[in-house]
Design a protein around this ligand. Structure first.
Ligand code: PNS
Length: 161
């Protein structure tokens, strides 16, 4: 049974992420979206908030669940019995980092396969960094993130002011 993990920071989840998650849910029997607890970065949203936003926007996908993990992705994959890691590729600039991660993960866990999905053309420029910056500077994120995420961004920025 192909069981895939879609890992990431998701700070916050964008429409580009959601496009990849929806396509993964159509491709694999079961998909876990796994949010990394990254101590090195200082995220805008807490891990609980990121998981909650993902659960809201994936609620229509019956074979998708959302979880978080701390530590190595391959350890999480092994302990959950997942054999596939799904990553979205936007531009050539993503390639070097993604190749490094895929090869590292395979070195750590030879059975794991990384599968890349090309982003939808309309999302090829989109990233969580861009969304955070636009929102923090008062711009519109309409069409870049799901509606529920727009509300979370609004609340977060009001709290900061
Ligand atoms: O959304 P991101 O920040 O590009 O996702 C990166 C992520 C979470 C996939 C990557 O940082 C990761 O797998 N972190 C867990 C730590 C790990 O396993 N590192 C070794 C592989 S490079």
């Amino acid at each position: 049974m192909p069981y895939a993990i879609v890992p990431g920071s998701f700070d916050p989840v964008t429409n580009g992420h959601l496009d990849i998650i929806e396509r993964a849910s159509r491709t694999f029997d079961h998909v876990t979206v796994a949010v990394v607890v990254n101590r090195a970065k200082s995220p805008m949203f807490t891990i609980q908030e990121r998981v909650e936003m993902l659960r809201e926007v994936c609620a229509h996908l019956s074979n998708v669940d959302v979880d978080s993990f701390d530590g190595l992705l391959v350890d999480y994959a092994r302990s959950h019995g997942a054999g596939i890691i799904v990553r979205g590729l936007r531009a050539v600039s993503d390639f070097e980092y993604e190749l490094q991660m895929a090869l590292t993960n395979r070195r750590l866990l030879p059975d794991i396969e990384t599968v890349f999905m090309m982003t939808g053309a309309e999302y090829s420029y989109l990233s969580s960094n861009i969304v955070r910056e636009i929102a923090l500077l008062g711009g519109s994120v309409e069409g870049l993130v799901p509606d529920s995420v727009k509300q979370h961004l609004r609340q977060k920025i009001l709290l900061k002011q």
